[in-house]
Write a protein that binds this ligand. Structure first.
Ligand code: 5GP
Ligand code: MN
Length: 339
């Protein structure tokens, strides 16, 4: 987007309007952090603004400022649909293709005709938005929202709550500032957020120190199930629906498990396959270190996408068949994955 585009958005936002914010299904810290930050900012500009999330969040995000104001499409479909239909502007945050909100909500997004503004950091954005502010090099959508406010000369609107939301999104999407997309700009932005009142230790505790006993037992099971394919510097984890049930699985419990597989010495490519009997799918997370693109891998073979080093996907065959397919694909990538 060029300066004229930001100027145009600034003018659009200069008079109160009905605005909706939408992020992706199965929200993570960045989806909620960026959306709730933008929500707080647009309220300060006196807009009639609602954040519509496709479905509910895991418990580790429930403490976020204004979390109780979110309208959940899955639970309040009629109300959410009305809001989306009446919105003059819809902000699309932390995703870039309408199918990421789930089938039912996608149908609504595909017929409404507001001005769409996409703020995101995933690769290969769809071209349905009038304004597309996307940079796949940036670590998080939350950092993009900060930059967006900066471009509009509105950093002074950031208060403690907005800073807390933005910090949360940056923290979670950078794996606590350790992934390569964490730059000196990220740290400068985070420093400013601390100055605005975000508390790094409180936020970290809220996000990471809320494990339940059964979640840690489930992690134990996941680690036992981990397999390593040394020849392709690959490791993967499986969790069946029965295993999830026996450890009282709650939404969000498996967040971060895949990183244990990636933390093995000499492993460049990691995956976790999680059976979801209700949706009749295997939900997959892929991670890599270095140049091997899990975005391409997932797009090409598992109906998904994301970033070079972190992507998601799904499969509609059984857990065993999915894993077999995965293993059989590896030789195709021997150039990238072999020692
Ligand atoms: P996760 O593995 O943590 O669910 O997702 C990793 C990254 O890939 C996130 O940036 C997420 O938004 C993206 N992602 C996850 N699942 C999908 C999917 O099914 N399709 C696409 N296009 N991206 C996904
Ligand atoms: Mn993100």
């Amino acid at each position: 987007m060029n300066l004229d585009d930001f100027q145009e958005i600034k003018e659009l936002l200069s008079a109160p309007k009905k605005i909706a914010i939408v992020s992706h299904r199965n929200p993570d810290g960045d989806a909620y952090g960026s959306s709730l930050a933008l929500y707080g900012y647009l309220l300060k500009l006196h807009h009639d603004v609602t954040f519509v999330s496709p479905n509910d969040s895991p418990n580790f995000l429930k403490w976020l400022p204004s979390e109780n104001k979110i309208v959940i499409f899955e639970d309040s479909t009629e109300k959410a649909t009305k809001i989306l239909k009446e919105a003059k502007i819809i902000f699309i945050l932390d995703f870039n293709a309408t199918h990421r909100v789930g089938e039912k909500m996608q149908k609504v997004l595909d017929i409404v005709q507001p001005i769409f503004v996409m703020i995101d950091h995933h690769q290969q954005p769809g071209n349905f938005a009038q304004f597309t502010y996307v940079d796949p090099k940036v670590c998080s959508t939350s950092q993009m929202v900060y930059q967006f406010m900066d471009k509009l000369n509105h950093l002074s609107f950031i208060d403690k709550d907005i800073a807390t939301c933005l910090y949360t999104g940056i923290l979670t999407d950078t794996g606590s500032f350790r992934f390569p997309a964490t730059t000196s700009d990220t740290h400068r932005i985070v420093a400013n957020l601390l100055d605005k009142g975000a508390s790094n230790s409180e936020i970290y505790n809220n996000i990471h120190n809320d494990s339940t006993y059964s979640r840690l037992q489930l992690l134990g099971k996941a680690l036992q199930n981990m397999r390593v394919i040394e020849a392709y510097q690959t490791a993967y984890i499986t969790l069946s629906q029965n295993e999830l049930n026996s450890f009282n699985y709650q939404k969000g419990d498996t967040e971060g498990f895949v990183n244990y597989a990636l933390s093995l010495k000499n492993v460049l490519f990691a995956a976790i396959f999680i059976e979801d009997k209700k949706q009749k799918i295997i939900k997959i997370s892929f991670r890599s270190v270095g140049d091997f693109s899990v975005n391409d891998f997932s797009r090409n073979h598992f109906n998904g996408g994301g970033h070079i080093n972190a992507a998601g996907g799904k499969s509609e065959v059984s857990l065993t068949e999915t894993v077999t397919k995965f293993i059989e694909l590896l030789p195709k990538y021997k150039k990238e994955l072999k020692l």
